[in-house]
Design a protein around this ligand. Structure first.
Ligand SMILES: [Zn+2]
Length: 112
């Protein structure tokens, strides 16, 4: 059985991939305005969406430790809130969850 951080990271990765697809599609079709991005929290039963401009989403996830979640869906054990918006929070992975991202997605360069 996977431990909590492991399971949470996996779940978030699924939604991250979906959301990146949404953002990429918006770019391709030159859509402006907001799009429904999936909440990237760790809750298996969460299928809520967050409306935001795809440019805004891309700006947030440029930091690979950052995820967007609906207020109240943050998990203090594995992440800390770095931005608070009326409709969503930006959270940054900490501790084990952050190490897991490093393990799964080793990247030679870092964004400053
Ligand atoms: Zn959620």
């Amino acid at each position: 059985m996977m431990d909590f951080a492991e399971r949470a990271a996996r779940n978030e990765e699924v939604f991250r991939n979906v959301n990146e697809g949404i953002a990429a599609g918006a770019e391709q079709h030159s859509l402006s305005g907001t799009l429904p991005f999936h909440c990237e929290c760790d809750r298996v039963s969460c299928f809520d969406t967050i409306e935001m401009a795809s440019a805004r989403y891309e700006q947030i996830v440029r930091n690979r430790y950052c995820f967007v979640v609906i207020p109240g869906h943050e998990e203090p054990r594995i992440e800390r809130i770095v931005e608070t918006e009326p409709d969503f929070l930006v959270v940054e992975k900490i501790g084990e969850a952050r190490e897991k991202i490093d393990r799964d997605h080793p990247q030679p360069h870092h964004h400053g």
